[in-house]
Design a protein around this ligand. Structure first.
Ligand code: IDP
Ligand code: MG
Length: 142
């Protein structure tokens, strides 16, 4: 039995859109066996960013994180493939680029632990919640 097909939410963060890295980052997902089945470029509002990162609202970096996420455009996307949640996290690399494995997006492109180029859902439940946050079912086409 092969790995289950899943969907996960990816966000290309403002540090990466500012440096025109969306294509290079998306090549990593595609080369890693994930398919981009939904995609849009957005300017997040303060309210949207606060709501999206609500789970981190007690963390000391919450205010700075929200400020960073509204500092420029983001690309929100749905990635689909075998074990997509875990596969995406592996392609992204560790939160802190200093700890990220060679070849990962964060190792190659992240500027700092905060400006770390990409977001990826951390569980299948959160993936569903996060996909629904940004996408209607009709906007996802496999
Ligand atoms: P993840 O993105 O690898 O899942 P989380 O712990 O969920 O990491 O944190 C969400 C985001 O908050 C990170 O991607 C990063 O942008 C930011 N962040 C996490 N830890 C720190 C920190 O210690 N200082 C500043 N920003 C942080
Ligand atoms: Mg996280």
């Amino acid at each position: 039995m092969g790995a289950a097909k899943e969907r996960t939410l990816s966000i290309i963060k403002p540090d990466a859109t500012r440096r025109n890295l969306t294509g290079k980052i998306n090549s990593k997902f595609e080369d890693g066996g994930l398919k981009i089945v939904g995609q849009k470029r957005l300017q997040l509002t303060q309210t949207q960013a606060e709501k999206f990162y609500e789970v981190h609202k007690e963390r000391p970096f919450f205010g700075d994180l929200v400020k960073f996420m509204v500092s420029g455009p983001v690309v929100v996307q749905v990635l689909e493939g075998p074990d997509a949640v875990a596969a995406n996290r592996k392609i992204m690399g560790a939160t802190n680029p200093a700890n990220a494995d060679a070849g990962t997006i964060r190792k190659e492109f992240a500027e700092s632990i905060e400006a770390n180029s990409v977001h990826g859902s951390d569980s299948l439940d959160n993936a569903k919640r996060e996909i629904n946050f940004f996408f209607a079912e009709t906007e996802i086409v496999a």
